[in-house]
Design a protein around this ligand. Structure first.
Ligand code: NI
Length: 179
């Protein structure tokens, strides 16, 4: 297992099409193990495979939240996931490991029904609501090349891009200064 590099906006890999998983082998298990380690090291509550540069339809969502025992983490794996039913709406703050230094309110469905495959390739359905439904929707967006900033107004996005440019330039100046 290893912690992998998380790609951040505006890296074009985050916009690339993701391929469905068709083989449920050891390599897939290793990918998921790396994703879990990367997610918890970040730390984050969800991660899509394309965030670490693997354009496959694999998503992890932390399920520890209220029941963290002895530091033991639990997460759910969704392979080739799709939302098959949704209702209501909720607005709350989101951030993303691939979007540096930004949180913003995003509107999501309040309740969703997800269909996906597990690590063994077996189909399952899961009903989720509120915070948990929000994370799942955010991660499934990743698989479609969508980031939470795409849900914001054009003005907010423009302001963010301008601010990010400055942040990245300052980072570069700092690393040059160190050399
Ligand atoms: Ni994200």
């Amino acid at each position: 297992m290893s912690v992998r590099k998380i790609h951040t906006f505006p890296d074009p890999i985050l916009r690339e099409e993701t391929e469905p998983v068709t083989t449920f082998d050891q390599a897939l298990k290793e990918l998921v193990a790396d994703m879990a380690e990367t997610m918890y090291a970040a730390p984050g509550v969800g991660l899509a495979a394309n965030q670490i540069g693997v354009c496959r339809k694999v998503v992890l969502v932390d399920a520890t939240r209220d029941k963290e025992k002895n530091g033991k983490r639990e997460y759910l794996v969704f392979i080739n996931p799709e939302i098959i039913d949704a209702e209501g709406s909720q607005v709350d703050e989101e951030g993303c490991l691939s979007v540096l230094q930004l949180t913003a309110n995003v509107k999501r469905f309040q309740k969703i029904l997800v269909r996906a495959l597990n690590l063994a390739g077996k189909p399952f359905e899961l009903e989720a609501e509120d915070y948990f439904a929000r994370i799942i929707q955010h991660e499934l967006d990743h698989l479609n090349g969508i980031l939470f900033i795409d849900h914001l107004s054009a003005l907010k996005r423009t302001l963010y891009k301008r601010r990010l440019k400055k942040i990245l330039e300052e980072d570069q100046d700092a690393s040059h200064a160190e050399q």
